[in-house]
Design a protein around this ligand. Structure first.
Ligand code: DGL
Length: 276
């Protein structure tokens, strides 16, 4: 029987990870949880993020998934230990940060991330563990997630914010920029336009999906690597989309990124974190 993967994020961002997963492993059943009632996570305190991560992983465990893919860097950076503890033995948890750190071989690396991820220093630690000489500049990008969730990609504030966030990285002549928030691959076209061609843009989801596939003993579909390929529509019985906020708004916003409009359920995680 196919193993079911639980993916978690605060909103739309985790779809970039789901899309990569479906490109390479289109047959994998999944439960996607977008905690849209509490997006953005990246503006919250470490304690809040840890409590939220415990709650979300607990909910996924109760949906009887066989593995958890943290499709969210913020919970990965601040609460990976909590996620593993909540999952318990027998339910593996896959993160993004360690996976990409073990595969990157650049010595000057920029990271664009949420304020919480950037100030946690998680990317710097992971990259320097692999290569102690690696110079890492982590930039918190508070404007990005709220503007992405609002869905207007032509909003001039996105471009202005991108220019400001990239400036210190370009000044330091980084070789690679890690998209350290799963919402940011949705800005790939804009970022690519603003960067010199030699700067590598790295989406950690690629490394995480490869590791997940290996652990599940699945060979990737190599021909799916071409950019912009949408996975095929997933039947509801194989892919469940759940949100804590407005289901219809999420379905509409998700459609362009998935290539089809999913059916979305609103779920209650029995929050003890309270309304924000
Ligand atoms: N997409 C998530 C991440 O990778 C969360 C962003 C947010 O809610 O601030 O960090």
């Amino acid at each position: 029987m196919e193993q079911r993967i639980g993916l978690l994020d605060s909103g739309l961002g985790g779809l970039t990870v789901l899309r990569r997963m479906l490109e390479h492993h289109p047959e994998i059943p999944f439960v996607y949880l977008g905690d849209t009632a509490r997006v953005p996570y990246g503006h919250r305190s470490p304690n809040e993020i840890r409590r939220i991560a415990a709650e979300v992983v607990g909910w996924l465990r109760r949906q009887q998934v066989d593995a958890v893919l943290m499709a969210c860097n913020t919970t990965n950076a601040l609460a990976f230990d909590i996620a593993e503890a909540e999952a318990g033995s027998g339910l593996p948890v896959f993160g993004l940060i360690d996976c990409v750190a073990s595969q990157l071989s650049c010595t000057r690396v920029g990271v664009l991330a949420t304020p919480a991820t950037a100030s946690s220093g998680a990317y710097g630690r992971a990259l320097r563990l692999v290569d102690p000489s690696c110079q890492v500049i982590e930039i918190g990008c508070p404007a990005f997630v709220p503007l992405i969730e609002a869905g207007d990609f032509s909003d001039p504030r996105l471009r202005a914010a991108a220019i400001a966030y990239l400036e210190p990285l370009l000044a330091e002549r980084v070789e690679a920029i890690v998209l350290g928030c799963t919402h940011y691959p949705l800005l790939e076209d804009l970022l690519r336009e603003l960067l010199p061609p030699e700067v590598l843009l790295v989406d950690p989801a690629q490394a995480a999906v490869a590791q997940l596939g290996q652990r599940l003993g699945k060979a990737p579909l190599h021909q799916a690597r071409s950019c912009g390929l949408h996975p095929r529509e997933v039947p509801v019985e194989r892919g469940r989309f759940c949100v804590t906020g407005d289901a219809e708004a999420f379905a509409l916003a998700a459609a362009p990124w998935l290539g089809w409009q999913p059916q979305v359920e609103r779920v209650c995680l029995r929050s003890s974190v309270g309304a924000f």
